[in-house]
Design a protein around this ligand. Structure first.
Ligand SMILES: Cc1cc2nc3c(=O)[nH]c(=O)nc-3n(C[C@H](O)[C@H](O)[C@H](O)COP(=O)(O)OP(=O)(O)OC[C@H]3O[C@@H](n4cnc5c(N)ncnc54)[C@H](O)[C@@H]3O)c2cc1C
Length: 392
């Protein structure tokens, strides 16, 4: 919101031919566009709105390698080898995001942080302990914090916490523009206010028809439409919900709480918070299990009050004042993993879906895997996130 339109793009006004056409100019489309152009491919990105005005601009951008399912839960779902690999890949994606953000011209406010997940209820202590055991066993950097240690560093009580590194924060809107500007320097063409109405699948190629009546001819189409991607998927794979967040006015000091670590809890849905580079607090949660933007937005005032009250209870000494609040649509899968790849019935079509609480980390994972797949390079990890993945 504080950014305004960072860059201007134009609508597509002619027929165009490319190797790859990406539908969606959010963080997922931008990461993939940059990655493909780094490898020398020709890429066209189209978005029906202004660039990065979908979920990306609503995101609170706590960038974590944690998956919505803990590692011990994921092991139960898909077996240890794949679950551990999914966590390792998520960690690598986070580290890759840092490297990419550093190379961009735009100040994407990317900073590495620590992260704390604390137990809301006493019964959650064993859940935290189980996760500590399994993550330590597989070499992740985690610590178990008991009540006393939490009390020493934070003004609110909690029964236990899993303290992890690394984690990160960023401004996803600036990051997306920075990625697309970088991709454009490498030859990508980016068009906004250009909706896709229809995809024709031919023998060896696709024709994407835009709302202005133009055609984009390409070898492959990649759908990076965020939660709107469900319109292109012939089966139900994920559930949509509504989520709420607020940002405070700037705090008078830079060190707002211990290590300015990002935090979340074990409640379902969870509540989370982080600080920003300009010393504000972002706090969110209060999810509702429905997709209905009008109904969602009606609840915004009440949800903002509830979130603000919760934050003040946790940090009573901070001079906290809500500056702005908003709501967005959130999408989750059963196993907490994103869907990346193709669906048999849809030839020449690939999906880069950054679903879940760590959608942005998954967007990078999707860019990495799809760059290999689209350039016919073997990727041994693609199966873990495929549409026909098997669980043990
Ligand atoms: C309130 C909230 C908080 C969040 N917090 C976090 C967080 O802390 N950490 C995290 O990692 N993730 C978070 N997420 C999730 C994260 O924001 C998303 O996973 C991510 O932004 C998805 O990016 P995307 O590019 O896949 O989708 P989007 O940003 O939604 O981009 C998709 C684009 O596709 C375009 N599009 C759709 N259909 C068409 C069409 N037919 N033709 C042309 N264009 C089309 C849309 O206009 C849109 O711009 C949060 C989400 C919300 C709503």
């Amino acid at each position: 919101m504080k950014n305004g339109y960072l860059e201007s793009y134009s609508a597509l006004r002619e027929e165009i031919t490319t190797d790859f056409v990406i539908i969606g100019g959010g963080i997922s489309g931008a990461l993939l566009a940059r990655s493909l152009t780094v490898k020398g491919s020709s890429v066209v990105v189209v978005d029906r709105r202004h660039i990065a005005m979908g979920s990306t601009c609503a995101s609170t951008a706590l960038l974590q390698y944690d998956i919505d399912r803990t590692l011990h839960e994921l092991i139960d779902i898909m077996g240890a080898a794949k679950a551990v690999r999914a966590y390792e890949l998520s960690l690598k994606a986070l580290q890759d995001l840092e490297k990419i953000a550093k190379k961009l011209k735009v100040e994407a406010e990317f900073e590495m942080r620590s992260s704390m997940r604390f137990a809301t209820y006493k019964k959650d202590i064993s859940f935290i302990e189980d996760e500590l055991k399994v993550r330590s066993k597989h070499g992740f950097d985690v610590e178990l914090w008991d009540e006393k240690r939490i009390e020493k560093h934070f003004p609110f009580p909690a029964y236990a916490a899993l303290y992890t590194r690394p984690s990160a924060i960023a401004d996803p809107y600036r990051l997306t523009h920075g990625l697309l500007q970088d991709a454009m320097k490498r030859g990508a063409k980016v068009f906004d206010k250009t909706g896709v109405e229809k995809i024709e699948r031919l023998n060896k190629s696709v024709v994407v028809n835009t709302s202005q009546g133009n055609k984009i001819r390409a070898k492959k189409v990649i759908i990076a439409c965020g939660y709107e991607s469900v319109n292109y998927i012939p089966m139900k794979l994920a559930s949509l919900s509504s989520s709420y967040a607020l940002v405070s006015e700037p705090m008078p000091r830079k060190d707002i709480w211990f290590e300015n670590c990002s935090f979340w809890n074990t409640s379902d849905p969870y509540t989370y918070g982080r600080t920003t580079k300009d010393n504000r607090v972002i706090f969110g949660g209060e999810d509702e299990p429905f997709y209905d933007p009008a109904r969602r937005d009606k609840l915004l005032e009440a949800k903002t009050k509830k979130l603000a009250k919760q934050f003040v209870k946790m940090f009573p000494d901070l001079p906290f004042k809500v500056d702005y609040s908003w709501a967005g649509t959130f999408i989750e899968t059963e196993d907490g993993l994103p869907y990346i790849g193709s669906i048999k019935q849809l030839p020449h079509t690939y999906f880069a879906l950054g679903y879940g609480g760590n959608g942005i980390t998954f967007s990078q994972l999707a860019a990495d895997i799809l760059t290999d797949v689209l350039l016919s390079k073997k990727n041994d990890d693609a199966e873990i996130f495929s549409f026909d993945r098997k669980t043990d």
